[in-house]
Every structure is written in structure tokens, then in C-alpha cells.
Write a protein that binds this ligand. Structure first.
Ligand code: GTP
Ligand code: MG
Length: 193
């Protein structure tokens, strides 16, 4: 997709702040620092519309990015970040629950994992959680630039196996650095728009 317009509509912490209207939404979930915001930037070819950081915990709110006036990418704060208090974690849990359980315009969730590592307990929990709410899940195994090409299939297989993914759920190798997987990702996203 050629993105000609991308803008942040709102950073929301609760339902009443979500954008109105009926545009479809694609949300990004995944461990903190895994590359969710970088994924958005790469797809829309903007260096830093979605704020990224080498330190985990950069995205703290539900950030709604309107793309071509056609749909929203929703950047969701990451999990598995050690330096958060119990109270903050509870707040995070409530914010996600409210979003994933009630948002009717949410069409699919891109679960971003790190291709180099076995999916974590938190990744497995998130995958199961999303499936429990009958959401369509697409796994994006990012940072593919950091592994030898020859290992890719093996790592993708491991991701599938550890998450116990449904056969029909896609998993795509991706890199925000090289753009690998970008067309494949758009291909899946377009099916929901
Ligand atoms: P939170 O907002 O904290 O949840 O993190 P995030 O998932 O949005 O991660 P972010 O996009 O901010 O990226 C975290 C770090 O990983 C940054 O230093 C990025 O440059 C780096 N990064 C993201 N994607 C890739 C990738 O595909 N390859 C490489 N080599 N680095 C990446
Ligand atoms: Mg982020």
C-alpha cells in the first residue's frame, strides 16, 4: 500500500478517548522493546511518526495512527518490562482489557515477536488471550536482519510451535531495518480493510 497520509489521532488511556467512527483497526501487541513502533514506521515509510526507543517502555498509551484516512494502526504498550511497579502493571492490564474486549472496529492483531528468541511466557499468554477473545492474530517475527538467512525457516517453525499457533494463522519474518516482510505484512493487513 502506498501511504500518502499518516497522522496520530489520539493517545488514549481509556475507552471514552478512542476515536469515533467506523474505520477498521489493526492493533500491534508484543513485548516491550520488540519493535512494534518501528514496525508501524516501516510500513508507513515514516522515520519516527511512532516514537521508538532503545529503552523499553517507550509507548505507554494506546496510540491511534490514522492511515490514508482508511484505517488505524493502534500501537499498544508492550509487556514484560521489568522496571514497572505492580500498580502500573495493573493499570496496563486494565487498559488492554478494556481495549481488546470492547473494541468493535478492531479487525486483527499483529503480535510482534523477536525471531531470534523462543517466544516468552508473556508472548504465549498474549497469543492465548487474543485467541480467547476470538481475535484474528498475525504473528510478525521481527529483527530478521539479526539472524543468518539459513536459519529463518527453523526460527519461524519454532515460533509457531512454542505459541501453539493455529495452522491458519500466518507468521511473517520481518525487519524494520531492511524492510523484509513488508509486502507480506501489507498483504495480510489489506484483507481486513
Ligand atoms: P515499547 O514502546 O517500549 O513497547 O517498544 P516497541 O516494541 O515499540 O519497540 P521500538 O519500535 O521502540 O524498538 C525498540 C528497539 O529495537 C529500537 O532500538 C529499534 O531501533 C530496535 N528495532 C526495532 N525493530 C528492529 C529490527 O527489525 N531490526 C533491528 N536490528 N532493530 C530493530
Ligand atoms: Mg513502542
Amino acid at each position: 500500500m502506498k501511504v500518502t497520509n499518516a497522522e496520530i489521532t489520539i493517545s488514549a488511556v481509556s475507552q471514552k478517548q478512542y476515536p469515533g467512527g467506523f474505520l477498521p483497526e489493526i492493533a500491534l501487541a508484543g513485548r516491550s522493546n520488540v519493535g512494534k513502533s518501528s514496525f508501524i514506521n516501516k510500513l508507513i515509510q515514516r522515520k519516527s511518526l511512532a516514537r521508538t526507543s532503545s529503552k523499553p517502555g517507550k509507548t505507554q498509551t494506546l496510540n491511534f495512527y490514522k492511515i490514508n484516512g482508511l484505517f488505524y494502526f493502534v500501537d499498544v504498550p508492550g509487556y514484560g518490562y521489568a522496571q514497572v511497579s505492580k500498580k502500573e502493571r495493573e493499570k496496563w492490564g486494565q487498559m488492554l482489557e478494556e481495549y481488546f474486549q470492547t473494541r468493535e472496529t478492531l479487525k486483527a492483531v499483529l503480535l510482534i515477536t523477536d525471531i531470534r528468541h523462543e517466544p516468552t511466557k508473556d508472548d504465549i499468554q498474549m497469543y492465548d488471550y487474543l485467541k480467547y477473545f476470538n481475535l484474528d492474530v498475525i504473528v510478525i517475527a521481527t529483527k530478521a536482519d539479526k539472524i543468518p538467512k539459513g536459519k529463518k525457516e527453523q526460527y519461524l517453525k519454532r515460533t509457531r510451535k512454542v505459541l501453539q499457533m493455529d495452522q491458519t494463522d500466518p507468521v511473517i519474518a520481518f525487519s524494520s531495518q531492511t524492510g523484509e516482510g513488508k509486502e507480506a505484512a501489507w498483504g495480510v493487513i489489506k484483507q481486513y480493510l
